[in-house]
Write a protein that binds this ligand. Structure first.
Ligand code: MN
Length: 207
């Protein structure tokens, strides 16, 4: 794969205002994501694995094969790298509303309706102690959608669950604007979810 690089955002730092403020987006994207990229590259370099031919999620899916001295670093920084890549793509200035298509059908089956999914996802994300992510994932074993809380930067891939939609609830994702009010951040975030992208992501893993 070579060295991992933070991908550019395809919208401006202030594009998600007023829901997510420009300063938070800038620091989060340019500083925090960069730390995960650097940490991942360093860990891979330490085991001479920068030339590993598959993307980092293939390594995260089988962490037991990673040499013990760098396993935690790969888990943390590799997860952080891919989680944030997905996060930027999951948001858009023209976001919000509800998903349609096959994803909407599946949500009906497993959650009853979109409102139920939203409430369960929000509650799960709100309840995470300390830092972590709320996730809507696809469980390949049971061919179904699930909601999962993951701590720190641990990727759903480490449980072989495919990430569909993730919400970063680390304080660095909201503290400048929302301080301790994580619930307000979560509620605001639904207004920037890029459902077109999420629907596509879902189709890619299920077809
Ligand atoms: Mn983050």
């Amino acid at each position: 794969m070579g060295k991992y690089e933070v991908p550019p955002l395809n919208y401006r730092y202030d594009a998600l205002e007023p829901y997510i403020d420009a300063k938070t987006m800038e620091i989060h994207h340019a500083k925090h994501h960069q730390i995960y990229a650097n940490g991942l590259n360093e860990a891979l370099e330490n085991i001479n694995a920068l030339t590993h031919k598959n993307y980092i999620t293939s390594i995260l899916s089988d962490l037991t094969t990673v040499p013990e001295p760098v396993r935690n670093a790969i888990n943390f920084h590799g997860g952080g790298f891919d989680n944030h890549r997905l996060f930027w793509e999951s948001m858009t200035p023209n976001g919000g509303g509800e998903p349609g298509g096959k994803l909407a059908d599946e949500i009906k089956i497993y959650f009853g309706n979109f409102k139920e999914l939203k409430e369960t996802f929000s509650q799960t994300s709100l309840s995470i102690q300390g830092s972590g992510w709320g996730w809507l994932v696809y469980n390949q074993t049971y061919s179904r959608l699930e909601i999962k809380a993951m701590s720190d930067q641990t990727s759903p891939w480490t449980l072989r669950l495919i990430p569909i939609l993730g919400l970063d609830v680390w304080e660095h994702a909201y503290y400048l604007k929302y301080q301790n009010r994580r619930a307000d951040y979560i509620e605001a975030w639904w207004n920037v979810v890029n459902w077109a992208e999420i629907e596509e992501r879902f189709l890619r893993v299920t077809t």
